[in-house]
Each structure stands twice: as structure tokens, then as C-alpha cells.
Design a protein around this ligand. Structure first.
Ligand code: PEP
Length: 250
């Protein structure tokens, strides 16, 4: 079973033609590696192009960046879990800091989206992380645990052990500032302990990714840190050459 995950969050970038060109460059130069999976989170309008680009590669998977917690209805502008799944998504980001801090998504809404993701057959990558003010106030672990508990509140253990968790300190996202491997590791260890408290020993298999200004220069030291099972990458995943260097890291 591959044990490392490299996830690309393209945010609001990469039109369908750009996504197709990216995947051509990427798949040409990246043969399958047995120990890792690569996930792409394009904008929903480019999901089809990504799926076409990865169709012969079971080590490359794709998902959407957000879903609504309802399955259907009068929610103009939203995408539901079943719609995303029917369009070919296998994964969904839930609780990304931009959803929380730009769009005001609450812990409770994040929890409802995680439940909706599992209901639709999508694997949620549940994002948690503290702001700079919370870190400076010594609240990092408490904030992350609270977000995790709220996000996973409605989920049974059998589903929970198939989720992916991403620790993304808000102050490190898109800022060029990265947590030190030791800081990241300390939070990942606390997340693992919290997951064990919820799900018992089976929580050992849940991947915990680090995200926040990861690039080709810092990825190897972050991956070497305890309990870091992969990375979730925004800006540096937009350039195929840089992304290739990141996914080849050991
Ligand atoms: C992200 O969007 O999840 C992210 C980590 O962004 P960046 O790598 O640009 O900090």
C-alpha cells in the first residue's frame, strides 16, 4: 500500500486547457512510484481535463476543492458530493483555511461537509490549522484538536480510518513561511494522538499531510519529520517542473 501522499491544491487556477497541458507534461516525466500516490484538486471546471489526463494511472487521483453539505437543491453556485462523485471526483478538500477564513466556514459546517463527503463516496482531506495569533497565544494544539473533533464528530470509525488529514497552519499558507519540521511534527504527533483517542489503534493508518508554503527546497526535510505522511501543496503545485521535483522527493 503506498504510504506517501502528494496533493496539489490548484485553488482558483488552471483552466481546462492548462490542466490538460500540465498533465501531459507531468505524466510523461513521472512514472508510477510504488510508495506514493499523487492527488490533484483542480477547480471544478477543470476536473474533467484532469481525469482525462490521469485516466491510465491508478496512482494519480483527483478531487474537488469544496462541496456543500446538502446533496441537492436550491443552492446556486454550489456543488454537492453526489454531483462531484458523478463527475468523477474521488476526493474532496474540506475545511481548507481559505474556506474557513475567506468564506467564513465554521467548524460545524466543516463537520457536515465531511459527513456529506463520505455519504457521496468521496474521501475527504480534512484541513486543520491555527492562525498566527493562536500560535502566539500558545493555542495551536487546542485549536487543531477542536477543529478535528468538530470535523469528525458525525463520522463512524470505519469511515474515519479512510480519511486524510492535513495540518495547514494558516500563517504558512501562501506566505512563503513554513513550519519547521520540528514544529510540524509536534502538531502531527498531537493530531495522531487525537485520532487514536477517537478511533483507537486503527487511527495509525490515517495519513496526516503537512501544508503551508511547501516547495522543492523544503519538501524533503518536512517529509523526514515524524508523523508527516505527505504534503498538500498550493502555489508550488501550479508549475509542472516544480511539482515534478516535489513528488520525486524522498
Ligand atoms: C494550500 O493551498 O493548501 C497551500 C498549502 O498553499 P501554499 O502551498 O501555496 O502555501
Amino acid at each position: 500500500m503506498p504510504n506517501l501522499i502528494f496533493a496539489a491544491n490548484w485553488k482558483m487556477n488552471q483552466a481546462p486547457a492548462d490542466a490538460a497541458a500540465f498533465l501531459r507534461t507531468f505524466t510523461d516525466q513521472y512514472p508510477r512510484q510504488q510508495d506514493r500516490r499523487v492527488l490533484f484538486f483542480p477547480p471544478a471546471v477543470s476536473l474533467h481535463a484532469v481525469l482525462q489526463g490521469v485516466r491510465e494511472r491508478s496512482d494519480l487521483e483527483a478531487g474537488v476543492q469544496n462541496i456543500h453539505w446538502e446533496d441537492k437543491g436550491a443552492f446556486t453556485g454550489e456543488t454537492s458530493g453526489p454531483l462531484a462523485r458523478a463527475a468523477g471526483a474521488r476526493h474532496v478538500l474540506v475545511g481548507h483555511s481559505e474556506r474557513r477564513h475567506v468564506f467564513g466556514e465554521t467548524d460545524e459546517e466543516t463537520g457536515k461537509k465531511v459527513v456529506a463527503a463520505f455519504r457521496a463516496g468521496l474521501t475527504p482531506t480534512v484541513c486543520v490549522g491555527e492562525t498566527l495569533a493562536q500560535r502566539e497565544a500558545g493555542e495551536t494544539i487546542a485549536v487543531v484538536k477542536r477543529q478535528l473533533r468538530a470535523a469528525l464528530a458525525g463520522v463512524d470509525v470505519a469511515s474515519l480510518v479512510t480519511a486524510i488529514i492535513a495540518y495547514e497552519p494558516v500563517w504558512a499558507i501562501g506566505t512563503g513561511k513554513t513550519a519547521t519540521p520540528a514544529d510540524a511534527s509536534a502538531v502531527h504527533v498531537a493530531i495522531r494522538a487525537e485520532l487514536r483517542a477517537i478511533a483507537g489503534e486503527r487511527a495509525a493508518v490515517i495519513p496526516i499531510l503537512y501544508g503551508g508554503s511547501v516547495n522543492k527546497s523544503n519538501v524533503e526535510t518536512l517529509l523526514a519529520a515524524a508523523e508527516v505522511d505527505g504534503v498538500l501543496v498550493g502555489g508550488a503545485s501550479l508549475d509542472a517542473e516544480q511539482w515534478l521535483a516535489i513528488v520525486r522527493a524522498s
